[in-house]
Design a protein around this ligand. Structure first.
Ligand code: ZN
Length: 83
């Protein structure tokens, strides 16, 4: 059986603002489960104008931070959804 490439997640998800359903990012998400944070290097497309602010409803949906030295956005609970 062929082994999957382990270099990184290749599956992309679309991340939306919970408040207005505006698409914020296209993101290569690893693993299953809840979306708590996203690493900037895995963002495929960024639809925001200002980091962590929804361009449509202008609500803050995440915090800019470092996770183990890697730049990332940590989502504020309940502010985003993905599919
Ligand atoms: Zn919004």
């Amino acid at each position: 059986m062929a082994k999957p490439n382990k270099k990184g997640p290749t599956k992309t998800v679309n991340i939306f603002c919970k408040n207005c359903s505006y698409q914020l990012y296209k993101y290569r998400k690893g693993g299953k489960g809840a979306l708590i944070k996203c690493f900037k290097e895995r963002i495929v497309e960024d639809f925001t104008n200002t980091a962590c602010i929804c361009p449509q409803c202008e609500k803050e949906f995440a915090r800019d931070m470092l996770i183990k030295g890697t730049p990332a956005f940590k989502f504020i609970g309940g502010k985003v959804w993905f599919k």
